[in-house]
Design a protein. Structure first.
Lengths: 184, 171
């Protein structure tokens, strides 16, 4: 068949395996496929924070990995650090710190100081990163993105439908509020 | 994203049609022919130009999804009207792991034969084709201007091919 273009939908629904902030029952779910070394994701990071503050308990935010490793040599390293931190219950702290310190990605000593502050078991974290324990999960995220129409980063989905507007505060909030009304 | 109104009058080749054969340069002294890949699926990705940001994402994505394409024993060919030297520089910069073919002389002839040429701008359209092991078009898609079509449609088409002809993999 010759296929007509249509806005893609999320093929792997948000579930228990996902990293999420905000109430599970929120009527609107914003999902980001992101790469820790991507400058556009870095630019979107404070915007997402602002949106979370603005919508409060009305919003659930989910992050999935989409490291574009041929363009971003530190992206996988960063994703593995975030996932290894998640294994010790500190995903969001590490996620935020990575985006707040994109210039230092790959600097083991720099991130080790933060990991110490988070009281993470560093030996375990280093082992899991070195042995790529979480790489399968990262690859699962990546492929779920590919199958859902993620082509670059950041790509957002709002209630399971790809958001093709600008990754800026006002258009995102407007799209989220429209989706929220639609799900009542 | 908007569809550019009157300019999108091109019509790409549809499934069931035999894929026109071609021979194009992949390096200054090497050529690639479609018929070289008979016996396995071929993904042909026409794209407007090296270096423009949307294409870069698209080709970079295919490089990264290559292990999935290889599960179907599929070959990926990128085609644009860029010359071979820009292709080589672009492929090196983006660490591409599949050939970029140069539809340079006569300009756009192969793109035209697939209905994938935007004559008003002199570039290939952003069109995808999956050619089956026997050389027929199994799936095709024309993407709107400026929209990266991604890899999802390609993977679904390769899955359907494998389901319908599971033996083609060993051919």
């Amino acid at each position: 068949m010759t296929q007509q273009y249509q806005a893609p939908r999320l093929t792997v629904p948000v579930g228990a395996r996902d990293h999420a902030e905000g109430p599970p029952g929120a009527r609107v779910v914003l999902l980001e496929y992101g790469d820790y070394q991507c400058p556009y994701c870095g630019a979107a990071y404070p915007i997402v924070k602002r949106i979370q503050k603005h919508l409060g308990e009305r919003l659930r935010f989910v992050f999935r990995n989409f490291p574009i490793t041929n363009a971003h040599p530190q992206a996988q390293w960063a994703a593995e650090h975030a996932e290894a931190s998640a294994a010790q219950g500190r995903f969001w702290q590490m996620h935020d710190y990575l985006y707040e310190h994109q210039d230092s990605l790959g600097d083991e000593a720099f991130f080790a100081r933060f990991e110490q502050k988070l009281k993470l078991d560093l030996a375990r974290l280093d082992r899991e990163v070195a042995q790529h324990v979480h790489l399968d999960r990262i690859q699962e995220d990546f492929m779920s993105g590919v199958r859902s129409g993620v082509n670059g980063t950041p790509t957002f989905f709002i209630n399971g439908v790809r958001y093709d507007g600008y990754p800026e505060f006002a258009p995102l909030v407007s799209a989220l509020e429209t989706a929220e009304k639609g799900s009542r | 994203m908007t569809n550019a109104g009157g300019s999108r009058t091109i019509s790409i080749l549809k499934p069931g049609i035999r894929a026109p054969d071609f021979t194009l340069k992949s390096t200054p002294d090497q050529s690639v022919s479609l018929r070289d890949f008979r016996g396995r699926p071929v993904v042909i990705a026409f794209y407007p130009a090296d270096w423009s940001p949307v294409c870069s994402d698209q080709m970079g994505l295919y490089a990264q999804v290559m292990p999935e394409f290889k599960k179907f024993n599929a070959e990926v060919l990128g085609i644009s009207v860029d010359g071979i030297w820009t292709h080589l520089a672009f492929a090196k910069d983006r660490k591409l792991n599949f050939p970029l073919l140069s539809d340079f002389e006569p300009k756009g002839a192969v793109s035209r034969s697939y209905g994938a040429y935007e004559a008003h701008v002199g570039e290939s359209a952003r069109a995808l084709f999956v050619v089956d092991a026997r050389g027929s078009i199994a799936w095709s898609m024309l993407s709107p201007d400026g929209v990266n079509p991604g890899a999802d449609g390609i993977l679904s088409a390769l899955e359907r091919l494998e389901r319908d002809a599971p033996r083609s993999k060993s051919a």
